[in-house]
Design a protein around this ligand. Structure first.
Ligand SMILES: NC(=O)c1ccc[n+]([C@@H]2O[C@H](COP(=O)([O-])OP(=O)(O)OC[C@H]3O[C@@H](n4cnc5c(N)ncnc54)[C@H](O)[C@@H]3O)[C@@H](O)[C@H]2O)c1
Length: 259
């Protein structure tokens, strides 16, 4: 895997922070050219400052906007002549009991998490097929894509959709040599988790520290997950080491969930 990404171009969505930033960094360290994309250009630029700018570019990209995706992916092609990997990672969450859940919350989660995967994957496989590139796609799903999580019914629904889509697309494009897999992270220390801890504490009447302790207690490996724990599995799924894997949704949860 050490040399798999030299001379390759990788697109990462939601790379302005958290897991996406770690994915961008991991590919950069493996000597890929990394296209750091995010809804926030400012956040994407911060990632570039952290990972290095010798082989990276930043792009403002909203994964819910088909036209925007087509334009940015086209620009990426003009600049790099080709691309080989899409890490479709952008995602959002909110927390609520279903009885209080609003349609806006439902639409927001479904739009970014499910439709965002559809639109970015569609753009990538069109290019991979047209150019006969044996491309790799790695989608970020979630532990909540395997087990419905209380307060996250809408988020779980959007992430189950990611796994279903990944499985179906993988079967469609396997004959073209394109592989499509997903990662399912657990309880990862990012700004998304910081927000969720505050919401969960309020909704359940607990202190934020108690919520964090519960997360650690439910994790057999005994600590919060780091973005890098996920990123190393994403690079594996995009590398030749995983050459006979497609349509998989791999748990990276410290043992919280095992099937
Ligand atoms: N943190 C966790 O515990 C956890 C667990 C399982 C899965 N995940 C998933 O991992 C992914 C990354 O989560 P994170 O924890 O790093 O979150 P984060 O909030 O720290 O970072 C998400 C990034 O996505 C960007 N983004 C939001 N909406 C976007 C859009 N419409 N288009 C493009 N970019 C957009 C944000 O600007 C941000 O930079 C998400 O798909 C999330 O659902 C996270």
């Amino acid at each position: 895997m050490d040399k798999d990404f030299i001379g390759k171009t990788v697109i990462v969505t939601g790379a302005g922070g958290g897991i996406g930033r770690a994915i961008a960094h991991a590919f950069y360290k493996l000597e890929a050219t990394v296209c750091i994309t995010d809804l926030s250009l400012k956040a994407a630029k911060e990632t570039q400052e952290i990972i290095g700018n010798e082989r990276s570019q930043v792009y403002e990209l909203d994964v819910t906007d088909k036209k925007n995706i087509e334009n940015v992916f086209e620009k990426i092609l003009e600049t790099n002549k080709s691309y080989d990997v899409l890490a479709s990672n952008a995602g959002v969450s909110t927390m609520n009991y279903v009885e209080n859940l609003t349609e806006d919350e439902w639409d927001f989660n479904m739009n970014v998490n499910a439709k965002g995967i559809f639109l970015t994957n569609q753009a990538a496989i069109k290019y991979f097929k047209m150019s006969k590139t044996k491309g790799k796609i790695v989608n970020t799903a979630s532990l909540a894509a395997k087990v419905g999580a209380p307060l996250l019914a809408h988020y779980s629904a959007s992430k189950f959709a990611v796994v279903g889509f990944t499985q179906a697309l993988a079967r469609e494009v396997a004959k073209d040599g394109i592989r499509v897999n997903a990662v399912c992270p657990g309880l990862v220390k990012t700004s998304m988790q910081d927000r969720e801890v505050q919401w969960e504490a309020k909704l359940r009447g607990l202190s934020p520290d108690k919520v964090i302790q519960e997360y650690i207690d439910m994790t057999p490996l005994g600590r919060l997950e780091k973005p890098e724990d996920v990123a190393d599995v994403v690079t594996f799924l995009a590398s030749e080491n995983s050459r006979f894997m497609t349509g998989q949704a791999i748990n990276v949860t410290g043992g919280i969930y095992t099937t």
